[in-house]
Design a binder for this molecule. Structure first.
Ligand code: PLP
Ligand code: COI
Length: 356
């Protein structure tokens, strides 16, 4: 691969002044990384350039057939002025699994990490330092052939943009209300549910908005065949703390294998909890709640971190969980995970990497 070309911006943007007003995904840094692909040639022209709009042909294939995938990870302030990254390789490896399913060419993971590091070094002053903030990293690939006709594109654009963020939910660590969706479905086995493909998010919007109209912040999806088994939430995986175990839906191809999900399973097992991956029916959740044996429910995700669920609604059952308070395991996981990510506590699993 060629060297990365650097085209500095001539107009630095003013930096945010109040980190508590960052929100999520609204502010973008001065530069982005881009790289192109052409069949027969491979990936080429890696460039760090000013953050700016792209010019796309109206017949550009991503606009018609939706070949688009993305990732989401975060950079944190590290010790001694270093930049800290959490499980960065896992994100780019997952991006390649999304690419394979969407007939998008894979990227060289080592080169992608190198490009990200170069970009972060240029943008290091954008990493926010306030509590519950981080620099969100959004690698993306889109199909760019100017052509109408359903087939895989022969050209692509890979880009990485950076956004200083606060909490994904305005509620922060306060419990969220979740609506169990029993009509629409997100994914089925054999489909694209396990990928971070843009299409998965497009199909989720209608149900999400209907749930919002009813006062719920997200939907919990049920399986696409029987609408019986729990899948995941719009932007996070889900965990249930029952009396004797902490359970999360197993990976069967229809949900995103979340990196936070995997980290939480490992942290729980490391601490001696009985953490299991299995099929969980909504019926079982309702019954456990009725018996007082549903102790905590929480979501996990890069954007959402650990997000306690205070209320679940399924059909006419409204289930309040843990008196609408954050539970002890959710709080412990939040403290551990953000402690590791912000280098406040040791990193027993070797998840962090540091950039000088
Ligand atoms: N599920 C969906 C649909 C998501 O968009 C996300 C966010 O990336 C997650 C789960 C959590 O995945 P991760 O922990 O890798 O961020
Ligand atoms: C993430 O957690 O990284 C996500 O991508 C969730 C959402 C912003 C789509």
């Amino acid at each position: 691969m060629e060297d990365i070309q650097f085209i500095p911006t001539t107009h630095l943007k003013p930096k945010f002044t109040d980190p508590s007003k960052l929100g999520f995904g609204k502010v973008f840094t001065d530069h982005m990384f881009t790289m192109k692909y052409e069949a027969g040639k491979g990936w080429y022209a890696p460039t760090i350039e000013p953050y700016a709009p792209f010019a796309l042909d109206p017949s550009c294939m991503v606009l018609h057939y939706g070949q688009a995938i993305f990732e989401g990870l975060k950079a944190y302030p590290g010790p001694d002025g270093k930049i800290a990254l959490f499980r960065v390789r896992d994100n780019f490896e997952r991006m390649n699994r999304s690419a394979a399913r969407m007939r998008i060419p894979e990227i060289d993971v080592d080169f992608a990490i190198k490009a990200l590091i170069e970009l972060l070094k240029v943008e290091r002053d954008w990493i926010p330092r306030a509590k519950d903030t981080a620099l969100y990293i959004r690698p993306t690939i889109i199909a760019t052939d100017a052509h109408l006709g359903v087939k895989a594109s022969s050209t692509y654009l890979f880009f990485i943009i950076l956004s200083p963020v606060g909490p994904y939910y305005a509620a922060g660590l306060d419990p969220v209300k979740i609506y169990v969706e029993d009509e629409y479905v997100r994914a089925v086995r054999g489909g694209t549910g396990f990928t971070k493909a843009a299409c998965n998010y497009a199909v989720s919007l209608l149900a999400g908005e209907l749930a919002k109209d009813k006062g719920y912040s997200q939907v919990l999806w049920l399986d696409g065949v029987e609408r019986k088994y729990i899948e995941e939430v719009g932007a996070m995986n889900i965990f249930f703390r029952f009396k004797d175990e902490i359970a999360t839906p197993m990976l069967q191809g229809s949900i995103l294998p979340g990196i936070t999900r995997d980290s939480v399973l490992k942290l729980l097992r490391h601490k001696g909890y009985n953490a299991v991956e299995r099929r969980i029916s909504i019926q079982e959740v309702c019954e456990a709640h009725a018996k007082g044996e549903l102790l905590e429910v929480f979501g996990t995700g890069t954007a959402a971190v650990i997000s306690p669920v205070g209320e679940l609604r399924y059909e006419d059952h409204i289930m309040e969980i843990n008196h609408n308070q954050i539970g002890e395991v959710s709080q412990m996981l939040y403290d551990e995970l953000t402690g590791i990510q912000n280098s406040r506590i040791p990193d027993p699993m070797g998840w962090m990497s540091y950039i000088d």
